[in-house]
Design a protein around this ligand. Structure first.
Ligand code: DGP
Length: 140
């Protein structure tokens, strides 16, 4: 049985502004920000502003919202990173390797066979900040 949603998970704290992130895009239902352990340069996460752990917790309204934001982010990633290929990934449950239990879509520029290990290591904060700024500019 799935454990209940924990409103103190790290992404809920980011959404509330309790801890910082390198924000790429935000609207009333979603937030997109840089992954601190990128599997490739420009790895972005898109989260809904609702209490959902995985796909089956999502309402159609919020699914539509996160996919609409994901489309915008992919267009910006292609523009900024000059990479056509973007891996879209989303893990459902600990058995699938999910580690943060708030629904999120990974958008990873690159080829699936060449990505860094999942949660392989922390990126340079200055580089993440610079990439987020470029992506925000592309989205504006
Ligand atoms: P998953 O295994 O699908 O739950 O992926 C969680 C991702 O979240 C992983 O790629 C690393 C990233 N991550 C973990 N903690 C933080 C954090 O505090 N801030 C940001 N921006 N990303 C995080």
């Amino acid at each position: 049985m799935q454990t209940p949603y924990d409103s103190n998970n790290i992404f809920a704290k980011i959404i509330r502004g309790d801890i910082p992130c390198h924000r790429v895009f935000e609207d009333d239902k979603t937030l997109a920000f840089m992954d601190v352990m990128p599997q490739a340069r420009g790895h972005v996460l898109v989260v809904p502003k609702c209490a959902a752990i995985e796909l089956c917790d999502m309402t159609p309204e919020y699914l539509l919202a996160v996919f609409a934001t994901a489309q915008k982010v992919v267009v910006a990633q292609r523009h900024v990173l000059h990479r056509d290929g973007i891996v879209q990934m989303q893990l459902n449950g600990a058995q699938a390797g999910q580690s943060v239990f708030h629904y999120h879509i990974h958008l990873i520029p690159g080829n699936v066979h060449e990505l860094h290990q999942h949660e392989g290591g922390m990126a340079d904060q200055a580089e993440l900040a610079a990439l987020a700024e470029q992506l925000r500019a592309a989205l504006a």
